[in-house]
Write a protein that binds this ligand. Sequence first.
Ligand code: C2E
Ligand code: MG
Ligand code: MG
Ligand code: MG
Length: 292
Amino acid sequence: QAKVRGRGTVHFFDADLDQQVRTHHNRRTEVREALEAGELLLYYQPKMDMRQGRIFGMEALLRWRHPKRGIVGPLDFLPIVEHTELIADIGEWVMRQALRQLDAWRREGREWMVSVNVAAYHLQRADFVERLQSILAEFPAVPPQRLELEILESSALRDLAHVRATILACQQLGVSFALDDFGTGYSSMSYLKRLPANVLKIDQGFVRNMLEDRDDLHLVNAVIGLARAFGRGVIAEGVETVAHGALLMRLGCDLAQGYGIARPMPGEAVGAWADGFVVSPEWQAAAQLPPL
Ligand code: C2E
Ligand code: MG
Ligand code: MG
Ligand code: MG
């Protein structure tokens, strides 16, 4: 009796699992086809130097122009491929595309940085540095110093010694690194200590509520202090209002990114946005105040 029931259960489970595997497989294939069909594109979100009132750079954020669903965000299709070879192919496409855009901006006299998000799996491939170097070589007019790679702080990096060596080798090429969503992983402190990233990017979850929640304010302040103590740069993400920006400046964080400054936009829209940008009076006032 038990055996029959057991077998029945197993049979049912198998069918279910099989279905799941198929769905995953199909969805991965769709993403691969999207890459090949040219349906992927990059949006860009400005990073501002609030004190100088100038544009520091742009973060490239992946989108999929889906024939039926419209513009789809990365969280809807990257997780399914992020532990596969495909994430490296997508990552290389993103780098090329971002460097091409950087080159176009450079020709318009816009001297910006471009940041690209890199998946842990991609970064940890043995040939990462070599491939990056050859991609950079395709854009001889773009100084590698203009490229920054953002690593998700919460991503499970398997071999920190290897990642450390990779970062150092990329820095030798001129490329810099940021630890994205800093403070959200359980290894923040060991990553800070062991990975020579140039910049800490304060997670938007802390920034968003810092005006109402004292604990979040303490955390934001602590990350700014850590960055200073370790000689790293610091940027806040998720800056949703001008008031967030003003407070961050007073805390000693001058670089900011968020909906309060601009939402991510298509590359073609960036020039007009930049030409029309005016520094908010609230920032100008905050710049005159003593630091907190
Ligand atoms: P992230 O790198 O931490 O990027 C910030 C995300 O927060 C972006 O979402 C951005 O649109 C959103 N955001 C920016 N400012 C604000 C704000 O003020 N308020 C709120 N609520 N959200 C804000 P997006 O574009 O959906 O990207 C999500 C994540 O997907 C990124 O998080 C990054 O980890 C990943 N991602 C994006 N593009 C790529 C890529 O090309 N390659 C890889 N491997 N991952 C990518
Ligand atoms: Mg990022
Ligand atoms: Mg982030
Ligand atoms: Mg994030």
